[in-house]
Design a protein around this ligand. Structure first.
Ligand code: ZN
Length: 206
């Protein structure tokens, strides 16, 4: 399967904007003859940019976990919860289903995304020819879960809305949620910057 030729092996390349197929060129100033968009065989600086977004996301993930994400307040008590303590709180208060959703969305998924993107980037940099199809699948998985990553923020929003209906208790979002939102956006940008076609490049010379 990996032996199928790439567009550039056939002397072709595509325009990113209008998808016109043109003759392959290494010229960095080449432009699409139809829409005049700059032509690149691969996204320019894709690996560096993806690493930059990924590392920033990992840095922001620390305050996202350390700072409280929401405050539950009732007449007698006031509780600030981080993601993890919020998960325990939900579990104890009889919403294990919600606890599992929040745990998956805010701990499992981001960590999984960091690992997968890190693995994809290192394997591409090392010109590995290990399981390109599996790696392409991993990439599609990261892209797919990207759409669902804001789930956690939505859960806080929904909780706040639900609890607001009760008179004596309230739930407020706290700054941790902002850090979490930044992590989600940065990992999505990392996935978008990565050019999955790189997986099929640099295969060992046969
Ligand atoms: Zn074009």
């Amino acid at each position: 399967m990996t032996d199928l030729p790439r567009a550039q092996d056939l002397g072709m390349m595509g325009c990113h904007v209008c998808r016109l197929i043109t003759a392959y060129t290494e010229d960095p100033h080449a432009r699409c003859p139809r829409c005049h968009n700059p032509l690149h065989p691969r996204k320019a600086g894709s690996i560096t940019r993806a690493w930059a977004f990924l590392i920033s996301a990992a840095i922001f993930y620390v305050p996202a976990n350390l700072f409280p994400i929401m405050r539950t307040q009732s007449l007698l008590s006031k509780d600030d919860n981080t993601i993890l303590s919020g998960v325990f709180e939900l579990w104890r208060n009889g919403s294990p289903d919600l606890a599992i959703i929040v745990f998956t969305a805010s701990i499992v998924v981001p960590v999984l995304k960091f690992c997968i993107m890190g693995f994809l980037l290192t394997s591409v940099q090392r010109a590995s020819d290990y399981g390109p199809r599996q790696r392409a699948k991993l990439y599609r998985f990261v892209e797919l879960v990207g759409y669902w990553s804001m789930l956690d923020v939505f859960v806080v929003a929904i909780l706040s809305a639900l609890v607001h209906f009760k008179v004596l208790s309230r739930v407020e979002p706290l700054p941790g949620v902002i850090y979490f939102g930044i992590v989600v956006v940065l990992t999505m940008l990392a996935a978008m910057s990565f050019d999955p076609r790189l997986i099929w490049d640099k295969r060992k010379a046969r």
